[in-house]
Design a protein around this ligand. Structure first.
Ligand SMILES: Cc1cc2nc3c(=O)[nH]c(=O)nc-3n(C[C@H](O)[C@H](O)[C@H](O)COP(=O)(O)O)c2cc1C
Length: 208
């Protein structure tokens, strides 16, 4: 039995190419074992807490090894719940459209909320930062209107490198990716890209 947490970052519902490909991963994951379960979080449907002064002060208190005030500790609880929900999974799936060369801001907000000292990462004065979400596989499905494979365009891709870096920071080492591109091309090209991505996603979902 394995618990998959699926984090969906497109607001486009069933018109989303990244969600479409992710559904093939999920189908294969469910088919692999009747006991496998999936929890879906669409970041556009979540009421994510603001990272306001109280929560920031709490974060800096933890970073500096101090105790937060009662108000700060109360504001921090919502963050703890969301980080606990995140950590409760055995494996992870992200579906992520490229927005202005990076990730949608709602996904960034989610990452800002769950990436916290003592919850998803720690700090050792001798060895530096270390991740606390370890030994779990993650797959990210990226969809982009353009193509970012060649050397010149690669430097404009802040979507995949950013997500991979932030996942690596909190401890992930097994990071798989599926890329759908270019989705703003002619229909044949788009269909081919989606079909190729679906095959890759199915393979990954079946073997997680
Ligand atoms: C706000 C916004 C910004 C976008 N920025 C980019 C971009 O910088 N580069 C790109 O190649 N495509 C960009 N696109 C196109 C999307 O990445 C593309 O349509 C993708 O396939 C959408 O995925 P989805 O169908 O899962 O939502 C943008 C789309 C939107 C809505």
């Amino acid at each position: 039995m394995s618990k998959l947490l699926y984090i969906q970052a497109s607001p486009r519902g069933n018109r989303s190419s990244s969600s479409d490909v992710a559904s093939n991963y999920i189908e294969a994951f469910k088919a692999a074992s009747a006991d496998n379960t999936v929890t879906t979080l669409n970041v556009w449907d979540m009421k994510l807490p603001e990272f306001d002064a109280e929560r920031l002060n709490a974060k800096y208190s933890f970073l500096h090894g101090q105790s937060p005030s009662d108000e700060e500790a109360a504001a921090w609880q919502e963050i703890v719940s969301l980080a606990d929900q995140f950590k409760d999974a055995d494996c992870y799936l992200y579906s992520v459209p490229m927005w202005n060369f990076s990730i949608p801001y709602k996904l960034k907000h989610y990452i800002d909320v769950i990436t916290q000292p003592g919850l998803t990462f720690g700090f050792d004065p001798k060895t530096g930062f270390f991740g606390l979400v370890t030994g779990k596989p993650v797959t990210a499905i990226y969809s982009r209107g353009g193509e970012y494979g060649n050397a010149e365009a690669k430097g404009m891709d802040f979507q995949k490198p950013y997500l991979e870096m932030s996942l690596g920071f909190i401890g992930f080492r097994e990071i798989n990716s599926v890329i759908i591109e270019p989705t703003l091309a002619d229909p044949d090209t788009v269909n081919n890209a989606i079909e190729t991505a679906k095959k890759q996603a199915t393979k990954l979902g079946a073997t997680v």
